[in-house]
Design a protein around this ligand. Structure first.
Ligand SMILES: [Mg+2]
Length: 288
């Protein structure tokens, strides 16, 4: 046990890996390529992707890219996009909120167009390995991902570790290679089944069982990660959430409002703080 926790469950993107230059950039690049009407004019950046993710239900970046491609041309970036995202949030967020604006058939057509475009931009020459697509790009944005923690950071923390990510199995494997991390298969939950998509709690429940953890800590960086933790608590698991977010950001505020035990700018800071304040207790010590 450490700080009352007996297992550590980690999101991958934005927590273990810096994916701003890969997945976040890819949302904007895909939206530019696929936008209807053509031409996503103006200065679109990671701030617009962050705004969209905060509206909830866009943990899947293929959905996010499709939403931006459909709604971005009319709103433009900045304040117009912020108003659009507020409207999406007000109507429940995620693909359902976009469908209510553009209709099922436009959404379906854009989703089908955006997914392979995104995959080719992300994977580059590895498109065939990752997605079964003939590569068209000389380089992939995935090459720009960098580790935010090392295997020894996790080992030193001293709790059993699991990973709960929205990546596909192949993307997860790529991320694990980038991190130099090896975990038993049962300790990694990725997007292999619809029930493992955040904010559904099933991934956290499965990992708690695999880790034999009754009081796990889940570290994530999106409102869907927080919602997954709250849903798992609703399902009876004593999981707590710690959020990765810059101090003073809207995300940090939302995490604090949602009951996060800690909100810090990086996983390393979260682990460092918990390790400093809470010495590692063995199960036998706890039982005494
Ligand atoms: Mg993430």
């Amino acid at each position: 046990m450490r700080g009352g926790f007996d297992g550590l469950i980690l999101d991958m993107d934005g927590v273990l890996l810096d994916t701003v230059p890969s997945f976040t950039a890819c949302v904007v690049q895909t939206a530019r390529v696929c936008s209807e009407p053509p031409g996503l004019r103006g200065d679109w950046s990671e701030a617009e992707v962050e705004r969209l993710r905060l509206s909830g239900g866009f943990n899947n970046d293929w959905d996010g890219a499709a939403a931006m491609a459909l709604l971005g041309p009319a709103s433009g970036p900045g304040d117009g996009w912020a108003r659009q995202c507020a409207a999406l949030r007000a109507s429940g967020g995620g693909p359902g909120a976009v469908v209510s604006l553009v209709g099922e058939s436009r959404w379906g057509a854009m989703r089908a167009k955006a997914e392979p475009a995104f995959q080719r931009l992300y994977a580059g020459p590895r498109s065939l390995d990752l997605y079964g697509l003939v590569p068209t790009e000389p380089a992939g944005l995935c090459e720009r991902e960098g580790p935010l923690a090392t295997p020894s950071d996790l080992e030193e923390f001293g709790l059993p570790v699991g990973i709960f990510t929205g990546r596909t199995r192949e993307e997860t494997q790529l991320g694990m290679e980038r991190l130099g991390l090896r975990l038993p298969p049962g300790r990694v939950v990725c997007d292999t089944e619809a029930r493992f998509r955040k904010p559904r709690p099933d991934g956290l429940l499965a990992l708690a069982e695999a880790l034999c953890a009754r009081h796990p800590l889940y570290v994530g960086d999106t409102v869907d990660d927080l919602a997954a933790a709250l849903n798992a608590r609703g399902a009876g698991l004593d999981v707590r959430f710690a959020g990765v977010a810059q101090e003073g950001s809207e995300r940090a505020l939302r995490f604090a409002q949602g009951g996060a035990v800690l909100v810090r700018a990086s996983l390393r800071q979260i682990l460092g703080e918990l390790a400093t304040e809470h010495p590692l207790l063995s199960e036998s010590v706890e039982e005494v």
